[in-house]
Design a protein around this ligand. Structure first.
Ligand code: NAD
Length: 367
């Protein structure tokens, strides 16, 4: 590991732990970030702000103005998760999950990158048969994040018996996310699978036309189109088919959860939500897991790996990102597992013990 290559950086990180397991997993990610800071000589200015249900309890809003403005003035944002049964009865616009949509649209985070890869030492944790995953799984879901049905108009008829959710995409929105997917594919296995439902949806027909047009700028990248129902099936039948999976907002939300399960656990998958200039919000793909919160059993690795994505994508600190990923790999190779990953022959360790183990593994690499 080269700890002297990059010049020391001073970065401001807005941290939004959120609800449920959010604070527990974020605590471990900060532990790891503090070790990286010391080892590589950077200065990370970390400030914590409320978001989600806890923010609603505090000030009646799931995305307080102070939180949003702190995110705007930070160099990057680290988010835990929001939501929980306590706030399920709130009206739509007050719900904790609405804060996520607010952060994405207010910070212009249109590109959601969700890498789903199987760690060699976790092959046994995948629910798929060995012969299906023998060549490994290494998929990057590139999901459009600020358009589509989640951001369209939502309405109910006067008698409340008919509901509508509008799914709209503009050429501009499709073009900019398609470019991100092709750029990513260039530095990977040069294959983009664009997911749509063009046999039924007009927005998908536009999606397909624009993706075709963008692909002409990337002749070295192979493009194929797949209906979303087929993509859902192929992910469990033959995941090795995929390199970059380009999707609109809702299809990507669903397919990336499926992709996470085939890699072993939803507790392993990080994500980056990016703006055109590289600014990003980083978070695990899972939710606030209220069923296990406060028990010190949640897997913090997705959040720790989200920090690695932050260091690489927004701060351009690839040695530091590699150090975290290598430390995670070493910890897994040593047989350490949180409860979501355990096999019958391994006793699980807790959330904080997993964070300690990754932090120690980084320190061990530089000794
Ligand atoms: P979830 O992802 O929170 O949990 C699904 C299952 O995975 C649960 O059994 C949970 O225990 C398990 N799980 C999740 N993360 C884990 C981890 N790190 N380690 C071990 N196990 C883990 O999804 P859900 O139960 O559908 O949603 C719970 C709440 O989270 C809801 O309020 C939902 O709206 C919210 N949510 C938030 C986000 C976000 O903040 N980005 C994303 C999805 C869901």
């Amino acid at each position: 590991m080269n700890k002297n290559k990059t010049t020391a950086q001073n970065k401001k990180i807005a941290v939004l732990p959120g609800d449920g397991i959010g604070p527990e997993i974020v605590r471990e990610a900060i532990k790891v970030l503090n070790v990286v800071e010391k080892v590589f000589g950077h200065k990370f200015d970390i400030e914590t702000y409320p978001v989600g249900g806890c923010a609603y309890d505090l000030c009646g809003e799931s995305l307080p103005k102070e939180t949003l403005s702190a995110c705007r003035s930070a160099d990057a944002v680290l988010l835990g998760a929001v939501g929980g049964p306590k706030w399920d009865g709130l009206p739509g616009e007050k719900r904790p999950e609405r804060a996520l949509l607010g952060l994405r649209s207010e910070l212009w985070l249109f590109a959601n990158l969700r890498p789903a890869k199987i760690w060699p030492s976790l092959l046994d944790s995948s629910p798929l048969k060995k012969e299906i995953i023998s060549d490994g799984i290494d998929i990057l879901v590139v999901r459009e994040l600020t358009g589509g049905i989640y951001f369209g108009a939502h309405s109910r008829s006067l008698d409340k018996k008919i509901a509508r959710d509008e799914m709209a995409y503009s050429e501009f929105e499709v073009e900019r996310i398609a470019k991100v997917a092709f750029e990513c594919a260039r530095s990977r296995n040069k294959k983009v699978t664009s997911v749509d439902k063009a046999n039924v949806l007009e927005s998908s027909r536009l999606w397909r036309e624009v993706v075709e047009r963008v692909s002409k700028e990337y002749p070295e990248v192979e493009l194929n189109h797949m209906y979303v129902d087929n993509a859902a099936m192929q992910l469990v039948r033959n995941p090795g088919l995929f390199d970059v999976l380009l999707t609109e907002n809702m299809f990507g939300d669903i397919l990336s959860d499926e992709a996470s399960q085939i890699t072993g656990s939803i507790g392993m998958l990080p994500s980056a939500s990016l703006r055109h200039d590289g600014f990003g919000m980083y978070e695990p793909i899972h939710g606030s897991a209220p069923d296990i919160s406060g028990k010190n059993i949640a897997n913090p690795l997705a959040t720790i790996l989200s920090v690695a994505m932050m260091l690489r994508s927004t701060f351009l600190l690839s040695d530091e990102a590699n150090a975290i990923e290598e430390a995670v790999s070493n910890v897994l190779l040593a047989g350490l597992r949180t409860a979501d990953l355990t096999s019958p022959d391994a006793a699980p360790i807790g959330t904080s013990q997993m964070g300690d183990a990754v932090a120690k593994a980084i320190l061990k690499m530089v000794k």
